[in-house]
Design a protein around this ligand. Structure first.
Ligand SMILES: [Cu+2]
Length: 174
């Protein structure tokens, strides 16, 4: 019985990336860089089947990668590198939306919309084993909001006119 199980596992491992079964990464994307911008924030969701910790990020397209969190210093929101980020079992952890994000620093080339950005994350499991998961992030167009766009946390997928129209309707309800 045990032997059959092992053979089955081996067959599965031969077909799929080694750890794809334990850690699922989805919705990976980065924004195209503005002129002169040499670092980029990468957004993604990670779901680990087992309790794990995100311990690193790296890309051949950048000099180094860091895990960042946002902290308030006085009145100013700043980002700071952290050593690791917990990935509780079966919980989808979103990076990029709530302050935590991955940062690639020292980009070797500008990020161009429509291309892919290859990078890898390193995850450590509770049993001490680590695994490297390779990901291709979609590169979305840079928005023209005036600032560098680098730390824009919300993808602007909704037409800006819609909330205004809704508000006008409310104003007429008396
Ligand atoms: Cu950052």
């Amino acid at each position: 019985m045990k032997r059959i199980l092992c053979v089955g596992l081996l067959a599965m491992m031969a077909m799929a990336p080694a750890y794809a079964d334990d850690v699922k990464v989805t919705k990976a994307w980065a924004r195209a860089t503005a002129p002169g911008q040499d670092s980029a924030s990468v957004q993604l969701t990670i779901t680990s089947k087992k309790d794990a910790t995100l311990i690193g990020v790296a890309s051949g397209s950048a000099q180094r990668g860091e895990i960042h969190t946002m902290v308030m210093e006085g009145d100013v929101m700043k980002m700071r590198a952290i050593e690791s980020l917990p990935l509780p079992a079966k919980k989808t952890v979103t990076l990029g939306a709530d302050g935590n994000h991955l940062m690639l620093i020292g980009l070797k080339n500008p990020l161009k919309a429509g291309r892919k950005l290859p990078f890898a994350i390193t995850v450590k499991f509770a049993d001490g084993k680590t695994s490297v998961i390779r990901i291709l992030a979609a590169i979305k167009p840079l928005e023209t909001t005036g600032d560098a766009g680098q730390m824009q946390m919300q993808p602007a997928t909704q037409p800006a006119t819609q909330p205004e129209a809704a508000m006008q309707h409310h104003e007429h309800q008396h």
